[in-house]
Design a binder for this molecule. Sequence first.
Ligand code: BEZ
Length: 212
Amino acid sequence: MATLRLGDTAPDFTAVTSEGTLNFYEYLGDSWGILFSHPADFTPVCTTELGTAAKFKDEFDKRNVKMMALSVDGAASHMEWIKDINETQNTKVNFPIVADVERKVSDLYDMIHPNADDTLTVRSVFIVGPDKKIKLTLTYPASTGRNFYELLRVVDSLQLTANHKVATPANWKNGEKVVVSPSIPTEEAKGIFTKGVEEIKPYLRLTPDPTI
Ligand code: BEZ
């Protein structure tokens, strides 16, 4: 299995999940997708992550993003664990969790890093565009829970920059100024970004978010 890189096609798969057998591409349809792995069921950090993901579902829905989680335990275990997540995180898990007992999806997506752990998946995140290309990968160790505000922020940036010739600066948040793509000369940028282009350096030009 080769490492998946940005721009690669996200491998399709059919897998047993907590919501029955699902095909990844059919599940995504024309939406964006987030596939994220968890080391194991009934573990504390994963419990908080899945509860948080469930609470963020409305925000992901608004952005047309479908979530799919994964761990290497079975569907019956997932169902029992979901009860605990719902109870302890005061939410309702509202997306499928792949039961990757045979590690097929984990292998396909290189989610097991043997020098970290031989059998359990690390905390991988793959954001997939409607074209099924990988737009972002993140890898966190088992001991560090992910920041779902950051995942939303990244989706906002990916969706904005997919449609406009801009990029988003450090710590950017939705609605803040963006940078003009380096490939556009400033005079041309002034014609495209009619709300104004602020030239700080010839290669560093700011413009208001073109979508608002
Ligand atoms: C957790 O999700 O809490 C966890 C899982 C594996 C190792 C360490 C923590």
